[in-house]
Design a protein around this ligand. Structure first.
Ligand code: MN
Length: 262
């Protein structure tokens, strides 16, 4: 799941009250503005441009997110945890600096994974690639891809022409779009005529996709009901309490009838 907030100047600042998560890591990449993160582990961290917050929910965590600025531009990715890790203890990590690299005219920031002998300090529980690419003028570059990965090109600003090798079509991608590139692709050409920014995301395809409902990632529909009941408790159950946040918690919606994916 990929969420793109902004770029925007808002009259009312973003204020997301305490809410629970399971079975995922939230990966927050700040481009403009500042956000204050608080969670049920007692973490309190301001996220600034060029920085990453990584919150791994494991078996359960709750957090709040408040904007400290009128201007905001943020990408938040929800990364599902594999079976062996999804019941792990929750954790929170802040990364003030990420490796930068030049990629044929693109200014790259390696958010997660490995590229050109460079490794991001951000850990992941499955092999992943997360790369922020920005340019201020015309650029045209070919990037090598890992054949075993599926990829997504998520446009954040501008307009970019994407040409995966072995495919006839050249796709023009604008903000609000995620272009999917299936596994087996060796390289991708990324062209822009003007200022642009995108995220190149990659990872190994899942044999069976996880079940995503509300803020929860699981496997079985019955898990969702149990987690919803836990969050409805006064003490937040397994999700605990976000200390320091002033305001109400976000209530869990009624759990719909869900089917196991795959
Ligand atoms: Mn959240």
């Amino acid at each position: 799941f990929a969420d793109h907030a902004g770029p925007a100047t808002t009259l009312k600042r973003m204020n997301v009250g305490p809410h629970p998560h399971t079975g995922l890591s939230t990966f927050s990449w700040m481009i403009e503005g500042e956000i204050l993160h608080r969670d049920s582990l007692g973490s309190e961290q301001v996220l600034r441009p060029g920085q990453v917050n990584l919150m791994t929910a494991g078996h359960g965590i709750s957090h709040s997110e408040e904007s400290l600025s009128d201007r905001i531009h943020l990408a938040q990715l929800w990364i599902a945890l594999p079976d062996a890790e999804r019941e792990r203890a929750p954790s929170f990590q802040h990364f003030p600096e990420l490796p930068r690299l030049g990629l044929g005219g693109w200014d790259g920031t390696l958010l997660v994974g490995e590229l050109d002998g460079c490794r991001s300090p951000v850990p992941s529980f499955t092999p992943l690639l997360g790369l922020d690419l920005a340019c201020s003028g015309p650029v045209d570059a070919v990037l090598r891809l890992r054949r075993g990965f599926e990829h997504g090109v998520m446009l954040l600003e501008g307009e970019v022409e994407v040409a995966p090798t072995g495919h006839e079509a050249v796709e023009s991608v604008a903000p609000g779009t995620l272009l999917y590139i299936g596994p087996g692709c060796e390289a991708v050409e990324l062209r822009s005529a003007g200022p642009a920014r995108l995220l190149l995301l990659g990872g190994e395809p899942w044999a069976t996709p996880p079940l995503l409902w509300w803020n929860f990632v699981g496997r079985e529909p019955a898990e969702m009901g149990a987690w919803a009941q836990d969050w409805a408790r006064e003490d937040g159950g397994r999700f605990g309490v976000v200390a320091g946040y002033v305001g109400p918690r976000i209530a869990v919606p009624p759990v719909p009838a869900l089917k196991r994916p795959g």
